[in-house]
Ligand binder design. Structure first.
Ligand code: TMP
Length: 210
């Protein structure tokens, strides 16, 4: 049996990622794939406790934050992502390691090398087959974020923090254009979906899946 596809969705808060995750899952299922959706931080019993700590604690050292995201990631890799991929199931991850590079490496200014070093400690380390980076102009994303709901600890960060996060995502996309596809969300939902579908169809064709 061949290994399942490993996909992730990323983007700064307010970029509109969540609007499209269920659609993407249903589209992959319509193409005959078995799909499991994961989210980080969280997705396991321990991971959900870590999520709560990460999003609600008043003060966290940036290193503590980094290590907690990776602790949650280790659990979900071992318990959910790896076993499903080995069973030929497609895993659609609502965030993966690119988020730590962007948010902790750039947003918190810990540096990308430090994030990659911590990632190298995980067993096993994985790379996504494709990552869909949902993106909107910074002010559009922040406006959406701030008008929507109660903000968690990360969402309360200033514009400059999200600017660094967004720029880091662009850098990842520039360095790995075959893996990371930018999907603009400052257009209608059907327009965004049609771009997403185009990338997914190309990916599935390149893997010989459809
Ligand atoms: P979510 O809003 O997509 O559920 O993600 C929760 C928050 O955690 C979001 O503000 C992004 C942040 N985050 C990081 O800072 N580093 C990470 O490694 C991950 C996975 C998320």
């Amino acid at each position: 049996m061949s290994r399942g596809l490993f996909l992730s969705v990323e983007g700064i808060d307010g970029a509109g990622k969540s609007t499209h995750v269920d659609f993407l899952r249903d589209y992959l299922i319509s193409k005959g794939l078995q799909v499991v959706v994961t989210r980080e931080p969280g997705g396991t019993v321990v991971g959900e406790k870590i999520r709560d700590l990460l999003l609600t604690s008043d003060h966290l050292h940036s290193n503590t934050e980094l290590l907690l995201y990776f602790a949650s990631r280790q659990e979900i890799i071992k318990q959910v992502i790896l076993p499903n991929l080995e069973n030929g199931v497609c895993v659609l991850a609502d965030r993966f390691v690119d988020a730590s590079i962007a948010y902790q490496g750039a947003g918190r200014q810990l540096g990308i090398d430090k994030v990659k070093t911590v990632y190298s400690l995980l067993e096993p380390t994985l790379k996504t087959d494709a990552t869909f980076l949902f993106d909107a102009p910074l002010d559009v994303a922040l406006e959406r974020l701030r008008s929507n709901r109660d903000l968690d600890r990360i969402e309360q960060e200033p514009r400059e923090f999200f600017n660094r996060v967004q720029q880091a995502y662009y850098q990842i996309a520039n360095e790995e254009p075959y893996r990371v596809k930018i999907i603009r969300t400052d257009q209608t939902i059907p327009e965004t979906r049609s771009v997403l579908i185009k990338h997914v169809d190309e990916l599935l064709a390149s893997k010989g899946i459809v």
